[in-house]
Write a protein that binds this ligand. Structure first.
Ligand code: DX5
Ligand code: ZN
Length: 230
């Protein structure tokens, strides 16, 4: 199991959803060499979201080809049933959606027993109050800036207000991630609003040179962070 990134710092997490699955290992090696910090794995069950992506077997086959931390985003109705298979396959971290359960503590306990770090994600219309109670129990909050289900959608600006609301509630060891519609412009506003972990799918793997796109996104985010502090 790789260590959860507890230290504050800016991190880019390419989402393989927009990669060429026929050349997945190659594509991942490219972004790893270019400075990717985490690898974001989008798991969809065709039930919680209207799309199906991939299951644990893809994680298992990819695992020997990468040293990156596998940041696994479960967009599925039943994380209690399926999380373990992803962890056995090589996931280092599991983020589940708060909308799927009335008993998030149970899911968190289960994931802790399996030894992974834990994130909780909020859909665009889910209020921050839905996760306030469990904040002390988790490692990361994932704010969705699109409706989950597909890559390449337009950024929902309202996500920035949510990021601003969550930021002051977090302790230094907790990460704040944003996911959906990140490009060379929205990466700046998201970083200024307070995220430290940035998922990007089409803005990286949809480009002719994914490594160069990742480097540019990271440079823009770093600068926005520095300016924000200025
Ligand atoms: C959306 C997924 C995202 C997606 C982001 O349901 O959770 O991680 O891959 O793709 P882009 O960056 O293209 O919006
Ligand atoms: Zn995701």
């Amino acid at each position: 199991m790789r260590e959860f990134p507890r230290e504050p710092g800016l991190r880019i997490a390419p989402s393989i959803l927009s990669a060429d699955f026929g050349r997945l290992a190659e594509h991942v090696a490219e972004v790893e060499a270019a400075g990717a910090d985490l690898l974001h794995l989008d798991v969809m069950d065709g039930h919680f979201v209207p799309n199906i992506s991939f299951g644990p077997v893809v994680v298992e086959k990819l695992r020997p080809h990468s040293k990156l931390f596998f940041d696994t985003h479960l967009m599925i109705t039943d994380p209690l049933k399926h999380a373990e298979a992803f962890i056995r396959a090589g996931s280092d971290h599991i983020t589940f959606h708060i909308e799927v359960t009335d008993q998030p503590e149970r899911v968190i306990d289960h994931l802790r027993e399996l030894g992974v770090s834990v994130g909780v994600s909020l859909n665009p219309t889910t209020p921050v109050s839905a996760i306030e109670r469990i904040l002390p129990l988790i490692d990361m909050v994932l704010v969705m800036s699109v409706w989950p289900g597909f890559g390449g959608q337009e950024f929902i600006e309202g996500a920035l207000d949510k990021v601003r609301a969550v930021r002051p509630l977090l302790k230094p060891h907790q990460r704040l991630e944003i996911d959906g519609g990140i490009d060379f412009s929205t990466v700046v506003s998201a970083t200024q609003a307070g995220v430290d972990t940035i998922v990007a799918g089409s803005a990286i793997f949809g480009q002719a040179d994914p490594g160069a796109a990742l480097a540019r996104l990271k440079a823009l985010a770093m600068r926005a962070r520095e300016d924000g502090r200025g």
